[in-house]
Ligand binder design. Sequence first.
Ligand SMILES: [Zn+2]
Ligand SMILES: [Zn+2]
Length: 418
Amino acid sequence: MKLTLLGGAAEVGRSAVLIETENKRFLMDYGIKVEEFGPAELPLVPHKSVHEVVISHAHLDHVGFLPMVYEKSVVPWHATPPTQALAELLIQDAMKVNKINGFENPYTVESFKRAMENFYPAEYEETVSMRCGPKLTLHDAGHILGAAICEFYIEKKKVVYTGDFNLGETRMHKGASFAEDIDILITESTYSGKEHPDREHEEKKLVKNVKWALDRGGSALVPVFGVGRAQEVLVIMHEHFPGTPIFLEGMAVKATDIYLRYPEYIKDPKSLHDAMHDAIIVKKPPQRRKAIKGGAIVISPAGMLNGGNALWYLDNLPENSSVTLTGYCAEGTNGWMLINKGTILDQGKEKKLNYHVDQVDLSAHAGRKDLWDFIKRTSPELIVAMHGDNCFQFVDELELEGFSAIAPRIGETIPVKL
Ligand SMILES: [Zn+2]
Ligand SMILES: [Zn+2]
């Protein structure tokens, strides 16, 4: 078997793994690298068309380039049903955002539609036979709705591609489940060099910053990524602030609707259902006026404050309001500027904001310790590290511990003995 990273090689973004067996080829994920200030970076295109695709989960860095496969061919792609539903939503949104920003779409709408028509559902723990030969089993990855650790039997070897995974418990997920004794492990390594702070502590920090504003007559803005983070935050807010109006906006609403369509894929669907039932869904901008009178919580995209409805709130929140960023903010984004300088860019000009600003880590990725635990428990013959900024260093550490590991460069083909 041969393995080539078409993207996601020593980087976070555009994950794409090409697997070639004798005369069949398939892809594990086909994502784009979303850029905050320009068009997305694309993965490489396989030298010959592929016969099949498996998608680990619906984040754009794993599925955003799927329609490209359908420009010239019609092949099956496998994922869990919620991954298909979220992928449809997110790819459509990406096409819309491209249009607004004046970027050309790399594929046609017809290819996108063809992709959606050729979806083959696989539930967790159900084994399906791929036309290419391998047997495929998807395990809960504990990352976002429908996210899967993908296990393949290729000839007699167990090859596992983690996609993005989380062993720890969150409000939505119990943590990844996986079969031990892996032969070849292709793993994400986003946090190979970093440990997450205690999750309970981070939740408390979020609650404290929201309370700070509410106690003083302000409103609390919580910018979120629409898929995963929005639902976590909604449930936390609903639990801690009963009776306080909670406004939910944009992509976060559509994604939550999809979460609720697949209750069997989340840990505690009732808490999300109840929180959504009580939330105020902003359908028309005038509804936002109530939120800026003070005494409200607003959960709104975008997570890094580059675009999205959260920006409108930053312009209009009353005095004594707070802003709590709930994830990573890339350097130069408004989120990053707000944390580091207390400013944002408003029509090209730096503008000072006087809100009570904090940032919490509600990551849905395995931290360093869990990554090592996972590897030690599965004791692979070969580890392929990808989806991380420190892949080369991680590989050195793995080798020191006696593992055989490699971090391929983009486009480099690695022969793997089966
Ligand atoms: Zn992800
Ligand atoms: Zn990812």
